[in-house]
Ligand binder design. Sequence first.
Ligand code: BDP
Length: 698
Amino acid sequence: MVLLGCMGEARAEDGYALWMRYVPLEPALAADYHARLADVVAPDQTPTQRAAREELRRGLTGLTGSPPRMQADASQASLVLGTPQSSTLIAPFRAEIASLGDEGYLLRRTRMGGRDVVLVAARRDIGVLYGVFHLLRLLQTGASLDSLDVRESPRLRLRVLNHWDNLDGHVERGYAGRSLWEWQTLPEWRNPRYTDYARANASVGINGTVLNNVNASAQSLAPAYLDKAATLADIFRPYGIRVYLSARFSAPIELGGLDTADPLDPAVQRWWRDKARDIYARIPDFGGFLVKANSEGQPGPQDYGRSHADGANLLATALAPHGGVVMWRAFVYAHDVPADRATQAYAEFAGLDGAFLPNVILQVKNGPIDFQPREPFHPLFGAMPRTPLMMEVQITKEYLGFATHLVYLGPLYEEVLRADTRGDRGGATVAQALSGMAGVANVGADASWSGSHFDQANWYAFGRLAWDPQNAARAIAADWAAMTFAPDPEVVQPIVGMMMASREAAVNYMTPLGLHHLMARGHHYGPGPWVDGGPRADWTSVYYHRADRAGIGFDRTDRGSNAVGQYAPGVAAMYGDLARVPEPLLLWFHHVPWDHRMASGRTLWNELVGRYSQGVSQVQAMQATWDSLQGRVDRQRYAQVAAFLRIQRREAQWWRDASVAYFQSVSGLPLPAGEAAPPHPLAWYEALQFPSAPGDGR
Ligand code: BDP
């Protein structure tokens, strides 16, 4: 294992290979795997079959140091891939794999013709490809194959990345460089990177990608761009990935020259029908549309006095004959600022349960505000039993330190997926309410794809949890760390420790105890708890924290906005009760006096300041852990992570100091004993400007 560290040291890595590095394993393990798996019998008739063979060849060659032998003769086989249609060796397993669905697979060690054989069997080619990635993961993490017997099939049907990429290459809330999609040179130039993107997604079971920003340009639906999208779809198809597009609701006006986009207008209906036909002529397995309507200034059915259901059903009708779906976003809030933005999506959608056509899926953000470091689960997850739901999470870290902060999002996703929507411990979790998950992608043209090495883990974890929301964030982190750095417990354990603590650290130094939406205006980089005024109250921080001389927090109980009333009675009773609300959500639901006693025995004020400081200490602890890994991780990646941790440390301190300075100016209370005063006066923090912060929306 020490040897591995040395090899890592010698090999400079830029992160491009992601978790599919396939670097040589420790020699004894490599020899064992080679002995067991080197004689491969695998079909090569379809693009997906060839992708599976190629991945296996690449993986085994890299990991074991010698290429596998691709055998035509079944009697030589030690590793057999296939479906009952593609391989006579798999045909006998037909009954056993019947229940695995179209994407599932079986990995098994068994005997065949007197030989010890490993099987990767599935009903469809794509299942075999997924199985190959699973097998390679086992090898990369050094697992024993002795009693290999794995049956897997995805729990969620739709596992989709949402790219917020504009046609000019700018990525909204993207911190990993320009868009991956080189629209200018498509369809002629097929950047090999597109295939690597597809491999990475397939390796974690992601089966769809929305190519363009939800703040969509109608141009994405113009013929020239459809031709380009069709080329991407051709490249992704062997990897089981369908292409979707964000559709601008007013496209019939902008592209079609109509004078309305009213969903009940026959000319509009015809335009969308024709558009769907055009798209399917180019992309026969086109996935469908994602729509942001009547939200943040985007056009939508309400412009014509129609409902969200009218709008979604218009597009669903156009797509239905071709098998496409509409992912209609529930991220809406009204033009006139209401009592509580957190209540808006529910107010607009809960009453529409049952009103959508069957190929509409409502896409709901994980929490009721907007991808904050911590939010309670969105009340719609417990309120729409007759509507298929997808959960949308951010993989890109708009509100969690951009690409520079090491924040592993597995625990955030897991927390929401496992939340109990009825509050009766009866097993009605958010995960159970879902048909899919959408992740706002964090990939771009950056060499490491994600803007930082550790942000790759968030892409990875999203895929693994979308495949199976029962997966554990910690186990996913361990797999990722072993594959991305080294399958050595002395590397994996400390890294997993850092990752698992990192989200809570960010919550502490940004928005502890249920605070939210305290970031700077517009670009969202850095703290701005003082943000006030401007076009909308609910785009300010003071609207959310409501701090005054007496206390802090948003009263969402029945004495306040009654957002708690949107949850099932068991949940509402818990969140609405100051004695029972979990402390991490305290100030989300309650306005609390500064001298309120916390579980720790401290006053709320002292606890708040303590949490801010604790967040900074947690980042320092992460730095110390990373320092201890010097020499065990290749120099190039080591250095970047170390540098980014220094940035994170500095910015955590900035968040802490600016927030403490601001809240102290409101509370008028002295700092608890032992707490350092912020080095600058509040006005200094307020005056900081960042006109060129990355990822700004536009
Ligand atoms: C917000 C982002 C904005 C997005 C919006 C959305 O700041 O850029 O357009 O979400 O999800 O968090 O539509």
